[in-house]
Write a protein that binds this ligand. Structure first.
Ligand SMILES: NC(=O)C1=CN([C@@H]2O[C@H](COP(=O)(O)OP(=O)(O)OC[C@H]3O[C@@H](n4cnc5c(N)ncnc54)[C@H](OP(=O)(O)O)[C@@H]3O)[C@@H](O)[C@H]2O)C=CC1
Ligand SMILES: Cc1cn([C@H]2C[C@H](O)[C@@H](COP(=O)(O)OP(=O)(O)O[C@H]3O[C@@H](C)C(=O)[C@@H](O)[C@H]3O)O2)c(=O)[nH]c1=O
Length: 294
């Protein structure tokens, strides 16, 4: 790669896209984030135009369709954004000799296992979103075997408000009840850890499927409880409930904890929660560090 060539990041308006922009800035990596208008991943001509214009050494696909329940009925859009998009990106990167990093999910698994899922474990999704992600993995690696496909899960970060931990903390601070599933077990993932490690792997030329999530097995209710405990908030607002009582449209695996046969690369969930709360404190202070803002 030439140092004048950037990384281009799709999905500029989303949680992951914004986190990549921040981390690249912090690390001094030359990166350009592109929103849907600048690069629509479902349009081959839009991809080609962006690649020709920026001549990136790598493309990070942070775009996707994440509304797991709506996907059950909005499946055409879900497949277009989660499967067709990555497939077109992989074909374009293969044609032009560029590297690609794209993201998949713990929801490719059916939850029948009782031990953490590794990269080589059989994937059998239970819902439309999970199927769209599994099809994407297969399509991407078939077209571009050197692509880096990262399976990850259950984002949390203080860098935006669109996540479960933020909602739990906000409810507790406002003295409102917060119901959380106590029978779905997941791998919560602190977005800055994910982004830093995914970039390390990309820079190292890693390829194939990797599981990246913070270490620990949590139900959603346990995740909320630990966040409240670390924040020193009253836990009485927390209402642990079985998932079946939420009336979600999409089935979810009972257990989708991500392990890895490549060696764990991310620290514990507890460490991520401490840093989430520290970031919150810094961002709400009178003079937040410039590097953390925007
Ligand atoms: N959130 C989570 O807990 C997890 C997420 N993931 C994966 O991480 C990725 C990012 O998720 P997250 O940041 O949470 O998602 P967000 O919903 O926050 O962001 C999705 C982004 O994708 C963009 N986008 C959608 N369709 C297109 C398109 N056709 N062309 C260009 N951009 C498009 C959206 O743009 P616009 O604003 O225009 O709609 C938005 O910027 C996804 O692949 C998701 O499956 C994996 C595991 C867990
Ligand atoms: C808002 C809220 C959610 N939940 C549950 C529902 C859900 O299972 C979980 C998180 O809610 P969400 O709908 O945000 O996430 P959900 O769609 O289940 O989670 C997934 O997102 C997709 C994109 C992924 O790829 C997965 O890794 C996973 O994180 O927490 C509660 O228990 N209480 C609440 O108040």
């Amino acid at each position: 790669m030439s140092i004048t060539q950037p990384i281009i990041i799709t999905g500029a308006t989303g949680t992951l896209g914004q986190a990549f922009r921040r981390v690249c800035r912090i690390r001094g990596l030359h990166a350009v984030t592109l929103d849907r208008a600048a690069l629509d991943i479902t349009e081959a001509s839009s991809i080609e135009k962006a690649l020709d214009h920026y001549q990136p050494w790598a493309v990070v696909n942070a775009a996707g369709y994440v509304r797991v329940d709506e996907a059950e009925t909005d499946y055409a859009r879900c497949y277009r954004e989660n499967t067709t998009g990555p497939q077109l990106l992989a074909a374009a990167c293969a044609a032009q000799g560029r590297q690609l990093l794209t993201f998949s999910s713990d929801l490719v698994f059916d939850g029948q296992q009782a031990t953490p899922y590794c990269e080589s474990d059989a994937a059998r999704p239970l819902n439309v979103y999970g199927r769209s992600k599994l099809l994407a993995e297969q399509a991407v690696l078939a077209r571009l075997p050197t692509a880096l496909v990262v399976r990850t899960s259950a984002f949390f970060s203080a860098w935006d408000e669109h996540n479960f931990v933020h909602h739990a903390l906000t409810a507790a601070r406002q003295g409102e009840e917060f119901a959380a599933a106590d029978d779905l077990f997941i791998s919560p993932t602190y977005v800055p850890d994910l982004v830093n490690t995914a970039l390390d792997l990309l820079l190292d030329g890693a390829h194939g499927c990797w599981h990246l999530a913070n270490q620990g097995t949590y139900s959603w209710a346990e995740l909320a409880r630990q966040a409240l405990q670390i924040a020193g908030l009253d836990e009485s607002c927390l209402v642990p409930r079985p998932a079946a009582t939420f009336g979600w449209a999409a089935r979810r695996p009972r257990y989708s904890v991500l392990g890895t046969e490549r060696g764990p690369l991310l620290p514990s969930v507890e460490s991520g929660l401490h840093r989430h709360l520290e970031d919150e404190r810094l961002l709400s202070s009178a003079n937040p560090p410039a590097i953390l803002v925007g």
